[in-house]
Design a protein around this ligand. Structure first.
Ligand code: C2O
Ligand code: CU
Ligand code: CU
Length: 444
């Protein structure tokens, strides 16, 4: 396992920290602390891991143990969640019930199974009631698992960038303000849209070259319809791992927590192309009216020199796996109550109540029905899932967040093969999670 900063752009908020390479299984120090520095080009008091936004890149391979000496230097309780990893939720693993009080340390240890898929994951705090605020203030970092996908020759030759999409609100005095009750109801959004903490950064692409963009929606509530002008996205992986074959898309909707891994070919006339966030109406009522936000510019893609030989986009990626027919079906109904209650099956989160018990060794279909007026991105810890359409066809893409548009439903198929213990599922609009749209899942 290693930790590195080298894949971030020069000029962004993270570049001031020294590059550090660690050996496999070496202990990584992560200190969640207040920091002062440039976010979106503004001197800001934010919170970051080791003072950085985004936090350091953690890299691992299947079979490695992620070992983090975690220190809480914040003025309040926090903890750590490894979003998307298929690891144990017990002990000092990916346990969302752990709490690390101010000034204390905890050694997190998450052994990855030898079969762990490669992919783009991320880490962020997960203390119920404080998650949205802590993430919004800047606490998040990328976590890469490398493997089979990275060894496909064309993918290996591509120039790789991680793009953490994160919005901020920064007051004139450099302070990130608290969200109002209304903003929490809608899911807080910031007006400054950054990539890796930078406002409109530039990424260069060689003519004939290939870029690999690992795009992470690390925002508390904001959705992004991600597009690069005139450059279709060759999607090679979704949240939980590689696709069996490349999927082409003009743009891709990323709900909070979701990721894509996309290749971009430098086959257009040399120039500057905008990286865009296209309008998407998630049903939130901003300032009294349903807001379909305008197209926003997130950054630019700039052509540089020409590479000698064009690298083609591969078509076949990895062998497809789909889950077998389910043993059991379960229904989850999402509703928005009055006065900021966000409910699953009519109930608000309770730390002392197990909502769902599943048996290890089974496959389940979960039908998630959204009866609310806003979209809710449904997320499950520990076990990734696959989407089943209304005709019963299963999509081989592995996901850990599925957007459930308002007044509609989605069916997901999920296997519980290993890892007994307790974990959670929740809406990844983190304000909704904090206001109760979360349940406890026990696997045994
Ligand atoms: Cu990314 Cu339970 O969260
Ligand atoms: Cu998660
Ligand atoms: Cu929600």
């Amino acid at each position: 396992m290693s930790i590195s900063r080298r894949r971030f752009l020069a000029g962004c908020a993270t570049s001031t920290l020294a590059l550090r390479q660690a050996q496999a299984d070496e202990e990584i120090l992560l200190d969640a602390r207040p920091a002062f520095g440039a976010i979106a080009g503004i001197q800001t008091q934010y919170w970051g891991y080791n003072g950085a936004m985004p936090g350091p890149v953690i890299e691992a391979r299947a079979g490695d143990t992620i070992r983090i000496r975690f220190r809480n230097s914040l003025p309040e309780t926090t903890n750590l969640h490894f979003h998307g990893l298929h690891v144990s939720p017990t002990g000092h693993g990916d346990n969302p019930f752990l709490e690390v009080p101010t000034g204390e340390e905890l050694l997190y240890e998450a052994p990855l199974p030898s079969t762990h898929p490669p992919g783009t994951f991320w880490y962020h705090p997960h203390v119920h009631g404080s998650t949205a605020r802590q993430v919004f203030r800047g606490l998040s970092g990328p976590l890469l698992v490398r493997g089979e996908l990275d060894e496909i020759p064309e993918v290996a030759q591509a120039t790789e960038h991680i793009l953490m999409l994160k919005d901020f609100t920064i007051a004139r005095n450099g302070v990130i303000p608290e969200a109002s009750f209304g903003q929490r109801m809608q899911g807080r959004e910031g007006s400054l849209l950054t990539i890796n903490g930078a406002l409109r950064p530039q990424f260069s692409i060689a003519r004939n070259g290939l870029l690999r963009l690992r795009v992470v929606n690390a925002s508390s509530s904001r959705y992004y319809r991600f597009e690069v002008e005139d450059h279709p996205l060759a999607i090679i992986a979704t949240d939980g791992g590689p696709l069996p074959s490349t999927r082409w898309a003009e743009d891709y909707l990323l709900a909070p927590g979701q990721r894509i891994d996309a290749l971009l070919a430098g086959d257009r006339p040399p120039g500057a192309y905008r990286i865009l966030n296209l309008p998407y109406n998630r049903g939130a009522m901003m300032m009294g009216a349903t807001a379909t936000p305008p197209t926003e510019v997130l950054g630019h893609l700039i052509y540089s020199d020409t590479t000698a030989q064009a690298i083609p986009v591969p078509d076949r990626l990895v062998s497809a796996t789909t889950l077998p027919a389910p043993n059991f079906q379960r229904n989850f109904v999402l509703t928005e109550g009055m006065m900021g209650s966000f409910l699953i099956n009519g109930r608000s989160f309770d730390m002392n109540r197990i909502d769902t018990h599943v048996q290890l060794g089974t496959v389940e279909d979960w039908v998630i029905e959204n009866r609310g007026g806003m979209d809710h991105p449904f997320h499950v810890h520990v076990n990734p899932f696959q989407l089943v359409d209304s005709a019963g066809i299963i999509d081989p893409a592995w996901r850990d967040v599925i957007n459930v548009p308002r007044q509609s439903s989605r069916r997901i198929r999920i296997a519980f093969n290993d890892y007994p213990g307790m974990t959670v599922y929740h809406c990844h609009i983190l304000d909704h999670e904090d206001m109760g749209m979360m349940g406890i899942l026990e696997m045994s």
